[in-house]
Design a protein around this ligand. Structure first.
Ligand SMILES: Nc1nc2c(ncn2[C@@H]2O[C@H](COP(=O)(O)OP(=O)(O)OP(=O)(O)O)[C@@H](O)[C@H]2O)c(=O)[nH]1
Length: 298
């Protein structure tokens, strides 16, 4: 499985585009091999170099991917190995072509390494696409499916005594319908996009932010205790209140209402969301622009 760094859907979109470009470079290289074989061309010396895989532009993509992710994706490492093996097989064919001594075994080796290389790319690309599909196209944030995937992992991580506690917050923009009605949906979209970015920027690496739906966001925070959590949440909503949202129809400010709950070891995610939702609703009833915190799920 792809190791999750803190990513958003826009980065994934870019990653997929870069991978497609790298695959195109790979095809240019392999078509040179076909050309050399069919027309008996003298191969470019770069193609018979022992480091030929490093001259292929696909390796630039590999280098970049491996540098970007310091944990080293096992999938990318596998692609790297298979890419080098395929080039080695290709090199043998080119060297034998010069002597008109290509063997069936060499061709089979080339096709096998090529197949394995393409399979590894396909698997990686399928994972990237699945991950991209689980991110919101407007804000780039993870969608609720990833919340359901991440929650049990975080809940497990906080089971030991010394671990921080896990908190779930439902954030709902106040009077968002008025923003749409008064300034139009494009402005509403711009506010959602910027709020998503502000929520991501304001959270620490261990915190997670999701677009839950419409104008609702969910945060999963790991904090030492209730006081540290509520202080962090207060800081966040103060920041939102003060923020000038830049939209196509000018800048505007918003407030949000938050329902928050501390997750206990056996709490179901659905129960926590319902508790946070009730708390948020109570906050709306009490005048909005506030946090209602329930230390336990109800
Ligand atoms: N522009 C835009 N609007 C959205 C999107 N998703 C939901 N909305 C709008 O969000 C608004 C939510 O309105 P309501 O549920 O009535 O709530 P509200 O006006 O925020 O009022 P309170 O929540 O009670 O403070 C509706 O107008 C939806 O159309 C979206 O992706 N883009």
């Amino acid at each position: 499985m792809i190791t999750l760094r803190k990513i958003n859907g826009f980065e994934l979109e870019r990653d997929i585009g870069e991978l497609n470009q790298a695959i195109a470079y790979h095809y240019i290289w392999s078509s040179q091999l076909t050309h050399a074989a069919l027309f008996n061309d003298k191969p470019d010396p770069v193609m018979t170099d022992t480091e030929s895989h490093l001259h292929c532009r696909f390796s630039k993509w590999l280098e970049m991917r491996l540098r970007l992710d310091c944990t080293g994706h096992p999938e990318v490492k596998q692609i790297e190995e298979r890419h080098a093996a395929m080039h080695a097989a290709m090199r043998q064919i080119l060297l034998s072509l010069e002597k008109s001594a290509v063997t069936r075994a060499q061709l089979q080796e080339y096709y096998a390494t090529q197949r394995e290389f393409l399979d590894a790319i396909d698997r990686y690309k399928t994972e990237l696409i699945a991950l991209r599909n689980n991110h919101d196209a407007l804000t780039g944030l993870p969608l609720r499916k990833l919340l359901y995937r991440d929650f049990p992992l975080l809940q497990q991580a906080v089971t030991c005594e010394a671990a921080p506690a896990l908190y779930l917050t439902l954030i709902d923009i106040d009077h968002f319908k008025r923003v749409n009605d008064q300034y139009g949906h494009t402005t509403g979209d711009a506010v959602l996009r910027e709020l998503g970015s502000l929520l991501s920027r304001s959270s620490r690496s261990q915190d997670k932010t999701y677009r839950f739906g419409g104008e609702e966001f969910i945060l999963l925070y790991l904090c030492e205790n209730d006081a540290a959590f509520t202080a962090a949440l207060e800081r966040l909503i103060t920041q939102i209140r003060a923020h000038e949202f830049i939209t196509p129809t000018g800048t505007l400010q918003i407030t949000v209402t938050c329902g928050a709950v501390r997750a206990q070891q056996d709490d179901e995610l659905q129960t926590l969301i319902e508790t946070a939702d009730r708390a948020m609703y109570a906050g709306k009833q009490q005048g909005r622009n506030r946090i209602i915190f329930q230390p336990r799920a109800r």
